[in-house]
Write a protein of this length. Structure first.
Lengths: 394, 394
DNA sequence: CTGTTAGCGCATTCAT
DNA sequence: ATGAATGCGCTAACAG
């Protein structure tokens, strides 16, 4: 017994040591009188050392631990007096329930994992924003991780994410053919909703890239453009592929030859050389359709430098709107994605699958839902349209 | 005993029920032969029902629970054979350590709380991005919450955040005079680093708003501008106040009258009316200095609509660079903030305070560190400078 | 090298 | 209305 006492003491001492850095109040007990009451002297030492716990509040308010728990969880079956008393202690000690302990009891963790290529990308940060709103409405927090579109990183970060036992997952899969990810999805213990790109076995919230690209291309065709250059980077991405498909489909339908260049890399300089190359060919393009925001700005920039008149000499349509697209000279015609809706709807779909806290089982059909949000061709000037500069959205 | 058995059964059944949605494999035990071995029939049911645990892996690989733990944590003091055996079981079951349980043992949670006004704001999402990189380097995850610059929301979301016991906090305080937040900071069990705005008692990573605003204003003065209108929204924010101070200081030094309008709200339309008002006055401005990104674009837009020539009729300098600032006609001169550094340095500072996992106590001086990163006046054309269109950064 | 065990803080049951 | 006791999954301190 003495041995055990000794052990306990050592343990407490260590813990004390560890928490010292984090602790504001250090109720000393070095002066505890003798060893007769080591337990009494010890108890408060340990308990008050770190972050306050239920037990601390219980002791401070002179009630049982269960009572405090009841108070914290809504205060049912607690007499008004004790309620007050405990609440005061809670405030005084700055008690906050330890989420980890709650999780361990098996309930929801009230967190949603969000795995996206990059939070610095405005597309994804917008999604994250609206998804976060929805999460907040469900009293949940967002747990972020980035994949950089790198399947390996994606997987490892996914593992880290899952260790935190999120209730569900919002995912922008780097590739649909990722074997390991596929496996993970199949045996995922929590519902997964993908954004922007589909993944087999997952619910998904997408935009109709194909149709929008098709429409945009046909719009250029309608302006009499014959040689429409389609400029893109990262053709491995689902959205890019779909847009390429839409472009090709339209060109085919119009009986025009597809001009696709997916060799565009990051950086405007490359774009300029690249575009210059195309312009110098014996059959130069009379329009450019860019499939990505960075491509759009790069192309615009390059055309500016080359002193080409937009849209007279060469028309331009970009995929994805951006804040200043309407402020440029000429204002850019773009395909506008309902970005914020993507994040919001995805989060809503996820929480729908989670069900309403109680044991209600939501319809299994949700697990395969595929939501395709419509894009919109935002006509401004760069496509050749005569655009009044005073549109409502500028 | 029978009663207890009954209870246990019910409990398991409930848990089973709850986890049913999340479970892929449902090893049935409804056909378990008789009730003689209900416990045996029950054990595997529970254990294999939900997410696999250490015990599951232990059973599957025929070793003890501690051994599995050792394997998972680096595999020291484990024979090569058992190592293989356990690792196989881990993979087969798809075991992932339950983070909550680890937390409960008192260690680091490997999460950093990030409380920012809005993740959709490119400034903060960039910060978040680099902060996330740092976190990832420290094997940590970012836990996001938004405040919308609303002290009340900030506080409540802070509470939610803290329940997850992050190891530290990255905070963009909505206001330095928030009493409750002050109190929280004082007794926070974890280190806090603020970004973009200081807060008493916290380490902070800022940019030199005052000096930069002063410099920008003086630059306009140097171009011979006399009536420089300073346009801003949300003058309650620290950064805006500092920039206003810098502007005023410069104007005073130049012997010019300060023209400040902080009534700018969100939305370009308002800006136009507002600017029109100023232009119609008997002493119209010959330059505008905007203190915020949205103000800059709004002003630019308004000037475009009013057909005013920039910079001939009116010069423009904005605070905060943005992607297309160099692509506009004319290219905008702006104060460029080291946004990504802010996030990175703040995170680094936080982890420095956290110490290197072991018990090493980092210098207490870190807790009060105030890092002021230099802004840079990026001269383009809108200020009146003759700007070669082929600068390296365009 | 390996298994057994004691809590971490909490919600929950059961007994009062 | 209240308190004591249990166990969630895990790590760390032991005993073999």
């Amino acid at each position: 017994m003495t041995v055990k006492t000794e052990c306990v003491f050592i343990k407490k001492a260590r813990k004390q040591d560890v928490r010292e850095k984090q602790t504001r109040v250090q109720r000393m007990c070095a002066d505890s009188s003798g060893s007769a009451s080591w337990q009494q002297a010890n108890m408060p030492r340990l308990k008050s050392g770190g972050v306050p716990t239920l037990a601390d509040v219980a002791r401070a308010s002179g009630v049982g631990i269960a009572t405090v728990s009841r108070v914290v969880n809504g205060g049912v079956n607690v007499s008004p007096e004790t309620l007050k008393k405990v609440q005061r202690a809670v405030r005084r000690l700055g008690y906050l329930p330890n989420h980890a302990a709650r999780i361990l009891k098996g309930g929801r963790t009230k967190t949603i994992g969000l795995l996206i290529p990059s939070i610095a990308d405005s597309f994804f940060s917008s999604c994250a924003g609206t998804a976060g709103e929805v999460a907040q409405a469900h009293d949940s927090l967002l747990l972020f991780a980035e994949s950089n579109n790198d399947p390996a990183l994606e997987l490892s970060n996914l593992a880290v994410l899952m260790q935190h036992r999120p209730d569900g997952l919002l995912l922008v899969p780097s590739s649909a053919s990722n074997r390991a990810l596929r496996l993970f999805v199949q045996q995922s213990p929590v519902p997964i909703v993908t954004l922007d790109r589909p993944f087999p076995g997952c619910a998904a919230v997408l935009t109709n890239s194909f149709e929008a690209a098709r429409e945009a291309t046909l719009h250029l065709v309608g302006h009499g453009r014959k040689r429409i250059l389609c400029l893109a980077a990262e053709p491995s991405l689902y959205t890019i592929r779909e847009r390429l498909r839409g472009y090709s489909d339209a060109m085919l339908a119009a009986g025009l030859p597809s001009l696709i260049d997916t060799s565009l890399a990051i950086g405007a300089h490359n774009a300029e050389t690249l575009i210059q190359g195309h312009l110098g060919s014996r059959t130069p393009p009379d329009a450019i359709f860019t499939l990505k925001n960075s491509a759009t700005t790069a192309a615009y920039q390059a055309l500016q430098r080359l002193k080409l008149n937009i849209p007279r000499e060469i028309a331009l349509i970009g995929f994805d709107d951006f804040e200043l697209a309407g402020m440029l000279r000429p204002a850019l015609t773009v395909v506008q994605q309902p970005i914020e809706d993507v994040g919001r709807r995805a989060a809503e779909l996820l929480f729908a699958q989670l069900g309403s806290d109680d044991g209600s089982t939501p319809p299994a059909s949700l697990r395969r839902t595929r939501l395709v949000l419509p894009n919109r061709l935002l006509l401004r000037s760069s496509c050749g349209c005569r655009h009044s500069a005073r549109g409502p959205e500028e």
